[in-house]
Design a protein around this ligand. Sequence first.
Ligand code: AMP
Length: 114
Amino acid sequence: MDCIFCKIINNEIPCDKVLETENVIVFKDINPQAKVHLLVVSKMHIKNVNELNSDNSGIMADIFLAAKKAAEISNISESGYRTIINSGEDSGQEVDHIHLHILGGEKIGPLNYK
Ligand code: AMP
């Protein structure tokens, strides 16, 4: 499967890794939109939230627990951060492999997209 995040997980292309657990990997976004911009990526290939079901949804707990730990490692737990998951075309999802963005390290503004 030609998935860039699967290639990162399989060590076929490099990443700037922050942490790894049994089920997820956390690395720095290559095109950061804040001083700290991390991606928490499921090791299992799930396209997006639309593909979650009762069998695989436990991954969301793994993703958020890794996000909490990555925020601690990056020293943004106290200052705060935003978590975002894009799903599908209108969200602007570019990589069809479920991932949680962590944005922080500076004030990142309100959610006024329009
Ligand atoms: P999304 O638009 O939610 O699918 O986000 C995909 C994110 O992956 C974007 O913020 C990209 O900058 C990031 N990205 C794409 N390729 C890489 C890569 N090789 N290493 C790190 N981040 C990447």
